[in-house]
Design a binder for this molecule. Sequence first.
Ligand code: FE2
Ligand code: FE2
Length: 316
Amino acid sequence: MFKTYTAAVHDAPTPSASRTHRGGWIGSDEHKRAFCRSFVDSHRPFRPEGVAWPDLDAVGRERLAALPIWNEAVRTEAETALKVQTLGTIEPDPILAEAIALQGYEEGRHAEILRRLTERYGIAVDAFPAPRPPKSPRWAFVSTGYGECIDSFFAFGLFAIGRRSQYFPAPLIDVFEPIMQEEARHILFVVNWVAYLRARTPWALRPGFDARFLWALGGQLVEHARNAVRFGGGGSQQGFTMASHSAFGDLSARSFLELCLAENERRLEPYDARLPRPRLVPAAVRTALRFIRDGKSGRTAIAEAADAPSQNRRSA
Ligand SMILES: [Fe+2]
Ligand SMILES: [Fe+2]
């Protein structure tokens, strides 16, 4: 039912090279080949039906079911998959089309893995209307891609805490490790793709491009702020908040943000060093950190996260 991605990469010069591109690496054919190649070459082939779901005891299943993310995550992954896949089918440049289609495939795989997880552990998910193809696939991908830049930054930190605290058993964390890494590849691709598109946009049309980009980004920021308020005030999430306190409660806001920064850097480190990294969220967090003075450093938290398994082995 769910096919392994097998399409070949077409490494051909772009047919739509803009005459307005005036040199510089960002926006060049070489830049395009580098970010597409980096993305395609780091794809990991595996199938959702091959995922080995570990057995969970009652506490583990309860913790998993209490995570206040399932409705949002299942719906968002399905919508994202359709948006990216739609763009993959209409993108005229074969090199970009190949990489975007592959990203669409990976998002579809995320949606399928989440569907199987909720089924496997009996987690109820509200029905939602089937997603509809976007009217403007290119801008839908910009918007959703920058939404992922925000989500992934914090998810990287939360994931490291989850591993360190052993709030969930290691085999379950291991299932999600490649998915976290895929999100790192996705945001790296998106920021490079947007930088490429912008560099290829004629000067006269740049203000329009920038305005549309800011509109897409602003929409994501508003939506994320709304979700944060909803989550913060959600009485139904009380069980999760109380249960998770013992695992997360000792980490200060500063330590958490520093951990996110360090994890973000670590996850993006393996890829072509010439490619610009997502900067927006890390820069905003670095600015925020100037006003937050408390707690241990994220590097300490990282070291603890790395050390936790060996400590547990020692105490076993
Ligand atoms: Fe995803
Ligand atoms: Fe993604």
